[in-house]
Design a protein. Sequence first.
Length: 257
Amino acid sequence: MLDRRPNGAPAGGIEAPRVTDCTPTGVTKMTKRLRLPAGTLAIALLGHGPLAQAYEYDRYNGEQINEVCAGCHGEFGQGGNEGEYPRLAGQPAGFIAKQLLLFRERRRPNMAMIEYVDHRQMPDDDIQDISRFLAELELKTKLPPVDEGAPGFDAYARLLEAKKLMQVPRAEGDTEKGGALYRRECGSCHGREGWGDAAKGAPMLAGQYTSYLWRQVDKYRNQIRIHDEDSPEEELLAAFTNEELEDIFAYLSVVDD
Ligand code: HEC
Ligand code: HEC
């Protein structure tokens, strides 16, 4: 369990690993407001009973835990290293919590995170707090234009803002075909424009690193992850060619432009 020392240092011998930055690309304005309802945990899916009955969201605890996660996933949940570390900010809380439980139970392999998610370090309340904390982080998809020569321009604040950007570089493929295919085959769960669906526990795909999405496609196709719990035997992505997925990911990469 992470303690709550006010200086923010996580306890228990956890050392935050080296922070890996992602380099933001693309600069404009507009905030993508992700619709994030209160975090409902996907515990039922995992066959657990309800978590601690008297649970009350402790945002401060979430913030503290995030200092550990930030070493890989970025201070603002923006992910990093070109998608080696996925973006977490704005993902549905239920989706995040479910993945943490799967990691904790070793049902989704994750060598990198293994030491952070054993039961002692990550009791249920902590899972809920960090999941909701991350779900409520908002990332802009564009930076508002500024006059860097204007008096009062704060270069440091600007740099921090740039680090929080959620911009996916244009992925190769036919965005038009991909958009049509996406809306027909994926949109019902992942949201019309790919921003996720909390009620269905479906993560956002727009805004996520393309390389990360491809890695997950491999995992689903090889049954290392289960895409749809209702039909675990039939991986729905197996029915798509790489070219079709390439078009879909191309479309998803421009939704935030
Ligand atoms: C040492 C690096 C590292 C640390 C620290 C770390 N993670 Fe991760 N995390 C990863 C990697 C790598 C993946 C991607 C695994 C994969 O490719 O399937 C990942 C995946 C995830 C995912 C799945 C996201 C998705 O869209 O599929 C979640 C959720 C997550 N991490 C949450 C956390 C939280 C919360 C913390 C802090 C308690 C944390 N991680 C700390 C490296 C790390
Ligand atoms: C029946 C609902 C449903 C449909 C249809 C669906 N998905 Fe999913 N998808 C989910 C759920 C739920 C998850 C999270 C599952 C888990 O826990 O691994 C997910 C996860 C993913 C992930 C992993 C993302 C991450 O951050 O870990 C990718 C990639 C993905 N879906 C791609 C697609 C694509 C592409 C399509 C359309 C061809 C599609 N999905 C259609 C429900 C769906």
